[in-house]
Design a protein around this ligand. Structure first.
Ligand SMILES: Cc1ncc(COP(=O)(O)O)c(C=O)c1O
Length: 376
């Protein structure tokens, strides 16, 4: 055992910089640990409606061929995605401009491994999605974190100013941002893109794209079409309700896609997930309904939190960033998290007085508010 520890268990200097990704607690785990039932999870920005029946149907068809390896190139899904995007964008998206991943999470990692070399830098906002940081440091890069503005938005001019020619390789922009739910607007995005050196890749992570209602939200597809160095990431984990299957995709110039395809694992996405994604794309009504439920839940939570004088950041996603101590009346986020857990409600503590809560179904939102009132 000692030998194993000495020789193998000391990770590389890069790996030891990783900050553990702490996922939302699974419902089953909470019920097992606390001996309770009927728990509610509002911790991982999942779609409380579940997947579309069309996705389930396609998945069932996909089950039959499980003795075979999946199509590593996910051709049928890329054709479906190409048609899906071509119907809404003037010039369409070619199948060669689409890379499919084991969740958009994998594609973030693949983008870093493909385009950043050890010793180079990537830029990201702080706070933002932790995977940008971890993917960068574990590949031997420097993660440059640029604080959000005072109103919790990406500070694009400051991010731009941090770009070092020939050293900065990727700028990550989560739009909407996780955990704040804020967006980068079209005008500021345009100025940012136009000031960019041409050897820097912009990864725009649009995991919550479908939930956005703000008209200032940029159409990033335009920049892809105009030949800017951009990779647009989307996922089936959020509004499509398929987080458990792990499938997402990226849109970029075919040269970018080709390089990422060389780096990703040959069979990175499974055949059932590919089939489900094809089914999910057909169900625009399911997406519409999911967004409507999110909007209603958002309005309810805003109203309730305001009544309780709890500060929240208006969101463009399916989650709300909440500050439990707006007037310095200290409320420890971890303490609130554990007390809510004991009551069967899982949310996400995000730092000293901050929590992030996913917008759920009406009964789930009501349970969260009822229990939060008790805890506070
Ligand atoms: C901003 C952002 N990007 C990407 C992801 C990961 O999505 P996926 O399930 O497609 O890996 C998440 C999930 O929480 C997210 O918040």
């Amino acid at each position: 055992m000692t030998k194993l520890k000495d020789r193998i268990l000391s990770p590389s200097a890069y790996v030891s910089k990783i900050k553990p990704y702490i996922p939302g607690k699974p419902i089953e785990e909470l019920e097992r640990e606390f001996g309770i039932s009927h728990c509610i999870k509002l911790a991982s920005n999942e779609n409380p409606l579940g997947p579309s029946p069309l996705a389930i149907e396609e998945m069932q068809r996909g089950l039959v061929g499980l003795n075979r390896y999946p199509d590593g190139g996910a051709y049928r899904l890329r054709v479906a995605l190409s048609e899906f995007h071509s119907s809404s964008h003037l010039h369409g998206v070619d199948v060669r401009e689409i890379v499919v991943g084991h969740g958009s999470n994998e594609l973030l990692d693949v983008a870093v491994r493909t385009f950043m070399q050890t010793g180079e830098e990537n830029i990201m906002a702080d706070p933002s999605f932790i995977v940008y940081y971890n993917s960068t440091v574990k590949a031997g890069g420097t993660a440059v974190k640029v604080p959000l503005t005072h109103d919790y938005r990406h500070d694009l001019p400051a991010m731009s100013a941090r770009i070092i020619k020939h050293t900065t390789r990727i700028v990550f922009i989560a739009n909407p941002n996780n955990p704040t739910g804020t967006i980068v607007g079209a005008e500021e995005f345009d100025a940012f893109m136009k000031g960019l050196p041409d050897d820097v890749l912009v990864v725009v992570d649009e995991a919550y794209h479908e939930y956005v209602t703000d008209e200032a939200y940029p159409d990033t597809m335009r920049y892809f079409r105009e030949g800017y160095p951009i990779l647009i990431l989307r996922t089936f984990s959020k509004v499509y309700g398929l987080a458990g299957l792990r499938i997402g995709y990226g849109i970029a110039d075919r040269a970018i896609v080709r390089e990422m395809d060389n780096v990703r694992e040959p069979f990175n996405t499974n055949s059932v997930a590919q089939a489900a994604a094809i089914g999910a794309l057909k169900d625009t009504e399911h997406v519409r309904k999911s967004v409507a439920i999110n909007e209603a839940g958002k309005a309810y939570l805003y109203e309730q939190l305001s009544q309780m004088s709890v500060k929240y950041i208006p969101t463009q996603g399916n989650f709300i960033y909440v500050d439990l101590a707006p007037e310095g009346d200290y409320k420890d986020a971890n303490g609130v998290y554990y007390e809510l857990l004991q009551r069967g409600v899982i949310i996400r503590p995000m730092g000293k007085t901050l929590i992030r809560v996913t917008i759920g179904l009406q009964n789930e939102n009501e349970a969260f508010i009822r229990n939060l009132k008790e805890v506070l």
